[in-house]
Design a protein. Structure first.
Ligand SMILES: Cc1ncc(COP(=O)(O)O)c(C=O)c1O
Length: 338
């Protein structure tokens, strides 16, 4: 009864991975999963992570549960990294999650539990897992236009004209930095225009920022998010430490709900914690300890920032090389998830 089922359509991300693995051609490029590789085609362990991990292990004397909210030092450190205003941080309910995906699911479950008829708008195209996660949580998902076909840039007028159809209370999911699959980000001016429009229309922002620091820099990448935070009473944020700390397999991220009032934080957090209890119960602690060790230690943080800078530069160089190679058609096969 429970096992006599039809084969499911493969997940596009993993199917693409498989196709790439089985392709014997040497001139192939994997543009599917967002995983950093160095010159030797290896996803390296960052030096700052290696040092922090040693310190964590040396100082560790228990593996006891950390609780439903996860590691509180991590929660504070990650919110400080993203949110400039201390008063906004005080209005933030933060829960450590199982990666950025876990954060997306937790926020989706939270929204559904409060208002099951909520519509969430995502960009066309968006991160391949946005639709499945939001949809699976029971939310209605619809798309807004994002890219200008001629200029290949983010088109704020196109976004706004799509969102004219949105109704008060609809949620708008925006890519915080450098991971919209079009490769185009909103400029600071576009963030401000969109933020003003959304305020006027009564829309609620949801910012997914999964590659913080890998676009233009830590401050620059969070600039759009902070424009939103300075204007809105309520904001949903999801973040991940998979890419910027190279902690992919440790499954470490955070879900943040900025509340209108400081006193609501405890209730919102309890509600989030209850959703956590009803699903996976507790997030893993190891990655969270590493991240908080790095962010709370000046020299480790400096080292991490310099490694992030190097990774960022390599990505920029590779993009340029990729672009020039495409122009000379020196690439035989591209695996691209859109
Ligand atoms: C835009 C976006 N959000 C969320 C995630 C999920 O991150 P994680 O691997 O930490 O679950 C990814 C991963 O690639 C992503 O690209």
């Amino acid at each position: 009864m429970y096992t006599n089922i039809q084969a499911r359509k493969s997940d596009p991300i993993f199917a693409l991975n498989e196709m790439f693995r089985h392709d014997k051609r040497s001139k192939k490029i994997d543009l599917g999963v967002g995983v950093f590789k160095n010159d030797h085609d290896i996803t390296p362990l960052m030096k700052s992570v290696e040092l922090a991990e040693k310190q964590v292990i040396n100082n560790q004397n228990t593996k006891v549960y950390k609780g439903l909210n996860g590691n509180e030092e991590f929660n504070q450190a990650i919110s400080k990294l993203l949110i400039e205003s201390s008063s906004v941080r005080l209005r933030s309910a933060i829960i450590q999650t199982t990666g950025g995906s876990g954060a997306l699911r937790l926020i989706s479950d939270y929204i559904y539990s409060i208002n099951p008829s909520t519509t969430v708008w995502i960009s066309n195209p968006s991160y391949a897992n946005h639709y499945p996660i939001l949809n699976d949580a029971g939310l209605k998902v619809t798309h807004y236009n994002y890219i200008n076909a001629e200029t290949k840039m983010a088109d704020v007028n196109a976004i706004i004209s799509s969102l004219m159809l949105a109704k008060r209370g609809d949620i708008i999911l925006l890519h915080g930095c450098c991971h919209n699959p079009t490769g185009a980000d909103l400029s600071i001016k576009q963030w401000s225009i969109l933020s003003d429009f959304m305020i006027r229309k009564g829309l609620i922002p949801f910012i997914d920022i999964a590659y913080h620091g890998l676009g233009d820099g830590l401050e620059e990448d969070a600039a759009g998010l902070n424009i939103i935070l300075n204007q809105f009473d309520e904001v949903f944020i999801t973040t991940s430490c998979s890419k910027n700390f190279g902690l992919y397999a440790e499954r470490i991220g955070a879900a943040i709900i900025v509340c209108k009032h400081y006193y609501s934080v405890q209730y919102v957090r309890k509600h989030m914690a209850n959703l956590v209890l009803n699903s996976y119960a507790m997030p893993p602690n190891h990655g969270a300890q590493i991240v908080s060790q790095i962010l709370n230690d000046c020299s480790l943080k400096k080292l991490w920032e310099s490694e992030l800078y190097e990774m960022r530069n390599r990505i920029i160089e590779n993009r340029f090389l990729f672009y020039s190679s495409l122009k000379t058609q020196d690439i035989l096969m591209i695996y691209l998830l859109y």
